[in-house]
Design a protein around this ligand. Structure first.
Ligand code: TXA
Ligand code: MG
Length: 357
């Protein structure tokens, strides 16, 4: 049975949170809100507990999990001390949507968490409920997004219930999440005789521009573009799987002139409609009126891409509810948070990108 705790400012220090913390401490699986998406947590030291995450999600076990902590001092028990550059990132972005990959201390975590790597991704979420829950549990909490593997990540407790009700021990419902896309995953490497490079392994809530501003003089390499090239071994192992995908077949239309992009989208939608598909268009508030489909979803505003990040996963889930079998999405500019949005859209579309000019 999956228990449900509704948490607000009023009861965040109450009995419900101690109960949820105690379930985690005793090896249970609990979904909880963070500032990015809902996570599915378990005691990161216990292989039995972590195995239950993989089973509930149906997640391949070669994909390592992010470990969530409530205090920076917890790093010490799990990983070797961050160098100066990484420390500066923690000063700038913790708590917040940044995961840092560090060399793991042997024996500190279940080997299932790291999927056999010698490193671990650590993150301190910027959400009062997440921080309170991790503190109440009194252990490092391994937590991937709380969706069935391959589905869009959950930004509401309702999404978690759709995917995982009956498969996990509890859900802490803290309302909608904020950022809407997952944390940025980074790893700092120093190659011989070089000043060091910060690799962005997964674009997310902290933008490349923000990272550069925090690390003047250090190269920030956005490797995500290369990860889609089959020749390149993915550095964040999770990046190689189909992700965030609605049930219908999705493609993206990209181009520099909006009229041409919309025309190409409409052409694809009309052709699919004529074949008898139930069609969906994923667009932005500025363009929603210009498209005809069985289901048109405006996912935030192009004028403020943070609204798009916030609404993206709920929008993808909406197509499933509407029984849409064919989806055309409109690409957005890859600036700022747009890099993370386009990364998720490409994955949802299985890399089917049509160029409109
Ligand atoms: O915002 C988030 O990060 C959310 C919330 C719940 O905190 N969590 C999340 O976890 O997105 P998950 O498991 O869905 O994604 C973890 C990502 C994957 O791409 C994985 O490959 C990468 O982080 N990762 C984890 N540990 C790693 C490591 N040691 N080295 C490289 N990549 C790692
Ligand atoms: Mg995920």
């Amino acid at each position: 049975m999956t228990r449900l705790w509704k948490i607000t400012k009023q009861n965040i220090h109450g009995e419900e949170m101690s109960e949820a913390g105690s379930v985690l401490r005793h090896g249970g699986t609990i979904a909880f809100p963070t500032e990015t998406v809902y996570g599915l947590g378990a005691d990161a030291r216990s292989t039995e507990a972590v195995q239950n995450i993989f089973t509930a999600k149906g997640r391949p076990s070669d994909n390592p999990l992010i470990v969530h902590i409530a205090h920076r001092s917890q790093i010490e028990e799990l990983a070797y001390a961050p160098n100066e550059a990484v420390s500066r990132l923690l000063d700038a972005f913790w708590p917040g949507p940044l995961t840092v990959v560090l060399p793991v201390k042997p024996g500190a975590l279940s080997p299932l968490v790291t999927a056999g790597l010698s490193t671990v991704g650590l993150r301190m979420p910027d959400h009062p409920i997440a921080l309170q829950l991790i503190s109440a549990a009194g252990c490092p909490v391994a937590a991937p997004s709380a969706n069935r593997s391959g589905r869009p990540s959950p930004t509401l407790a309702e999404h978690v219930r759709e995917d995982l009700e009956g498969r996990i021990d509890g859900i802490v419902d803290g309302g909608p999440t904020g950022v809407g896309v997952e944390s940025t995953v980074v790893e700092y490497t120093v190659e011989e005789g070089d000043a060091g490079v910060l690799h962005v392994l997964r674009p997310g809530g902290v933008t490349a521009a923000q990272l550069r501003e925090a690390l003047p003089g250090i190269e920030v390499r956005e490797s995500s573009a290369h990860l889609s090239e089959p020749a390149a071994a993915p550095r964040a192992p999770g990046m190689k799987y189909t992700h965030y995908a609605p049930r219908g077949v999705m493609s993206l239309v990209q181009g520099t002139a909006p009229e041409q992009v919309l025309a190409r989208m409409q052409h694809e939608l009309d052709a699919a409609g004529a074949r008898g598909e139930r069609t969906g268009a994923l667009t932005y508030s500025e363009h929603a009126g210009a498209l005809r489909a069985d289901h048109v979803v405006a996912c935030g505003s192009l004028g403020d891409l943070e609204t798009v990040a916030h609404g993206l996963y709920a929008a993808l889930r909406e197509f499933d509810e509407a029984g849409v079998s064919f989806i055309v999405g409109e690409a957005c500019p890859e600036e700022g948070i747009g890099a993370a949005i386009m990364n998720r859209l490409r994955k949802a579309a299985g890399d089917r990108v049509l160029l409109a000019d």
